[in-house]
Design a protein around this ligand. Sequence first.
Ligand SMILES: [Zn+2]
Length: 202
Amino acid sequence: MNTPSHAIVNLALLMNGRSEAVLPVIIGATLPDIPMFVMYFWAKRIRRQSEAKIWSETYWQPHWQQVVHLFHSIPLAAIAATLAHFLGWQWLKLVGLSAILHSLGDLPIHNHDAHRHFLPFSQYRFISPISYWDPRHHGRVVAWVERGLVLVISIYLFPHVDFWVVRFLLVALNLSYLTGHFYRWVFQGCLRTQAQPQSSQG
Ligand SMILES: [Zn+2]
């Protein structure tokens, strides 16, 4: 899923009406994709690489893959959440739980770019027949399902979040998802080159 979608889904599942849970849930939902943002920033802004080179070469270098996959490790996030639970660190526990949900969300919708979600205990990758972005693996349909799901959850969340900044982000994100897709669908035939997944892919 795209990173903001993880944050919205996780808020719906973990917030439970507690406004103090909003920040740790959003941080945990974003954390697994942080290495990807760092890689993208380094490649794009510092090395001045093209989108095609970033997503067909740089992203696939072993050291970047290792860091990205470690941040998507379910057992590592579970260990952190369990430790935090027994130490009474509710904030860190929510970060860990949210990171686990992020990986569980990624697991069924990644094809050749699947993460090794069970590091450091296993190198296993689940190669899903569907992808959240790749048109060769139903990426267009999955993208619409993701955006529909985010819209429905946002409508549910809107009255429950006290923060106006979060409400603003909910509206802005849905508008960008829906108008961006509408624009591509109508004017570009929903084209999406295989070598250029979205920078916020995760
Ligand atoms: Zn991810």
